[in-house]
Design a protein around this ligand. Structure first.
Ligand code: ZN
Length: 201
């Protein structure tokens, strides 16, 4: 049966049960050991990080042209049937209330030549882009997967979070000197949500 990826990406309210697998447990243990013991030189216990939404110009172009700025594919407008979230303000959608735009987005533009285009949403009308510190509270209710990338966008570690306690695993991933950035994805839909950088990087 074909899976409608776009619909999946908006299906934030569906019941999701994630069972911690051996891989992730190993990752968390490894990350924990690094956090506690093998701390890289110059890395503090509480790694400051910044969550980046898509660029303001990307959101503006999508709203004006109703097409993917990176690919030209037509965008789709609908009243939210799922919680999303919006990749600009990083708030979940009010189902049945707010209009949103679905478009194709490559989150690796400017990071690596190897793209991974996928569907994402933004509010149909201009919203207030996320500029906050720390991890947005508005995303903590979602099942999240943190993917830590090194050079050549190679995945070095992956941690799944279902209880909203996302700060510590992000800090542990970024404490690894070989990790360049972390991507946050929706565990159920697989879609890119936001990027996390070390502050100052
Ligand atoms: Zn928004």
């Amino acid at each position: 049966m074909a899976v409608n990826v776009a619909a999946e990406c908006g299906r934030g309210r569906a019941v999701f049960v994630w069972q911690q697998g051996a891989d992730s447990s190993a990752s968390e243990q490894e990350a924990s050991s690094i956090h506690r013991g093998n701390k890289p030189f110059g890395v503090s216990e509480h790694m400051a990080f910044q969550v980046l939404a898509i660029s303001d110009s990307m959101a503006t172009q999508v709203r004006e042209k109703l097409a993917s700025p990176q690919y030209g594919h037509p965008a789709h407008v609908e009243v939210a049937t799922g919680t999303g979230p919006c990749r600009s303000c990083l708030r979940t959608f009010e189902v049945g209330q707010e209009e949103r735009i679905l478009f194709t987005y490559n989150p690796f533009e400017g990071l690596d030549a190897y793209p991974s285009p996928g569907p994402v949403f933004v509010h149909r009308t201009a919203c207030e882009p996320f500029r906050g510190e720390g991890f947005p509270e508005t995303l903590k209710s979602l099942p999240l997967t943190l993917e830590a990338y090194g050079d050549d966008r190679w995945i070095l570690d992956r941690v799944r979070v279902t209880d909203g306690k996302v700060d510590e695993p992000i800090e542990m991933l970024l404490a690894k000197s070989e990790v360049r950035y972390v991507h946050v994805r929706h565990t159920e839909a697989g879609c890119f949500i936001a990027q996390v950088n070390r502050v100052g990087s």
